[in-house]
Design a binder for this molecule. Structure first.
Ligand code: PHE
Length: 453
């Protein structure tokens, strides 16, 4: 099928920004960023993460949107359009399809926890509770296979439902309403955090760099998370870019998405770490962090239960606006390349993501002791494989393709959407051609021990 003539496009520029920002902003910002910051010792990690985003992530985001918009096809087909023939570069698309799919499988598990928390908050589970009691709520949840799998499945049904609605009807409409609301609620939590007794310790933890904490693994986490949080290397931005019109200004779009994404992550961190220190919790406690801290804040607030319900609803929505973008990558692949009907593709892939996600859902209970993957549970393994290896590899390949192999001239005028910015193309080209690939290579080799005697 040829998607170039009648391809749906975003209803408005704002709609696109919100949908792409919706893809970028998700569990990565609110769930993952705080807990890996905690595990990697704070300040120095945050600094490297910010550098990775600006020097590696942002230029690659521009490259992905650009590839997508130019090709007007799914993440695999784009490369064939760009090269004018079936080409080996399509492996970047296949890599993206596989990574976003594997990612979706375990992402749904965590998003399911958030669904569960909506219900728990509504039933008053977090009202006037101590930190220990709230901890116990989380422990009880993840240790119940039935409960976790139920919510994981519900989340995937909801995701598939929105993807069925198509680009405009589903994705765009909801993003417009709920993303700004999430932002407001995070602001509230941020102010609450800044007024709490843990504020100073929280700020210091996040912004005072201690470079002795920067292990090779921390560097890889920071780099990998830059890809994860911006939805790069997964075919997502290529696919979303393919619904963009030719006039769109890719630089300003990418900059806005990136800034929003950074802001939300920092706000989440600044909401969470003061609580961690005020309540004497462990910053490095892992994937449960947001679920163990945020309810503590609400538990002591007037209307806390209502706000907690709202918070976990919005977190679930943020997760959904990301998960739909993961599913959309493989759905549009099957529709554009294999001629599947959209509805069928969505249902089959949604079901497959559920089945493949089961071992992740059970990693905290029935399969907690099954760790054949380098001593990790299936969840930890899938999580690390996607963020630390598959996404950086996908982003690396995009950078190499865009920097070295794609013919330059056409790009030059397209990047700015007609605006005159003589500095933009050379700067962007330098970053994608040299800086981004080198950064990924160095961090990966460093992790493999190449630079240590
Ligand atoms: N960026 C999303 C988040 O931070 C995750 C994501 C990664 C979505 C890759 C799509 C593709 O939660």
């Amino acid at each position: 099928m040829n998607g170039s003539s009648a391809r749906t496009q975003w209803a408005s520029r704002l709609g696109f920004i919100l949908a792409a920002a919706g893809s970028a902003i998700g569990l990565g910002n609110i769930w993952k960023f705080p807990y890996i910051t905690g595990q990697n010792g704070g300040g120095a990690f945050v600094l490297v993460y910010l550098l990775c985003i600006l020097l590696v992530g942002l230029p690659i985001m521009m490259a992905e949107l650009h590839i997508g918009r130019h090709g007007q096809r799914d993440a695999v087909g784009c490369f064939a359009v760009l090269e004018g023939k079936p080409t080996r570069w399509r492996f970047i698309g296949w890599l993206g399809v596989s990574s976003s799919f594997l990612l979706l499988s375990f992402y749904a598990v965590v998003a399911g926890w958030s669904f569960d928390y909506v219900v728990q908050a509504a039933s008053g589970a977090f009202q006037a509770r101590s930190a220990e009691e709230i901890n116990a709520v989380f422990a009880q949840l993840v240790s119940s296979p039935g409960q976790v799998v139920f919510w994981q499945g519900s989340f995937l049904v909801a995701t598939a439902g929105i993807v069925l609605g198509g680009v405009r009807g589903g994705i765009e409409r909801w993003s417009k309403i709920l993303m700004p609301l999430l932002f407001l609620l995070l602001l509230l939590l941020f102010f609450r955090g800044m007024l709490s007794p843990g504020a100073k310790a929280g700020l210091e933890f996040m912004f005072r760099p201690d470079f002795s904490k920067l292990t090779p693994a921390a560097l890889l986490d920071a780099l990998g998370h830059a890809f994860f949080t911006l939805s790069l290397g997964a075919g997502t931005m290529i696919t979303y870019g393919s619904y963009l019109d030719r006039q769109a200004d890719l630089l300003s779009l990418s900059v806005r998405i990136t800034l929003l994404d950074i802001m939300v992550a920092l706000l989440a961190g600044l909401a969470i770490f003061p609580v961690v220190f005020a309540a004497g919790l462990e910053p490095g406690s892992g994937p449960g962090l947001v679920f163990q801290t945020i309810p503590i804040v609400f538990s002591a607030m007037p209307f806390g239960s209502v706000l907690a319900v709202l918070f976990f609803l919005l977190l679930s929505f943020a997760a959904m606006s990301s998960s739909i973008s993961m599913l959309e990558v493989s759905v549009s692949y099957l529709v554009d390349e294999k001629g599947w009907r959209r509805g069928l593709a969505t249902m089959v892939l949604g079901l497959a993501a559920f089945v493949i996600g089961l071992p992740s859902a059970l990693s905290f209970n029935l399969l907690a002791d099954v760790t054949p993957f380098f001593g990790q549970t299936f969840f930890d393994f899938a999580n690390a494989l996607v963020s630390s290896y598959l996404l950086p590899l996908g982003g690396f390949s995009v950078a190499v393709y865009a920097g070295w192999f794609w013919k330059g001239e056409r790009l030059q005028d397209e990047l700015s959407g007609g605006k005159i910015r003589p500095w933009l193309y050379p700067l962007w080209h330098f970053l994608v051609k040299y800086v981004a690939p080198a950064a990924v290579a160095v961090v990966l080799l460093n992790q493999m021990g190449w630079f240590t005697p």
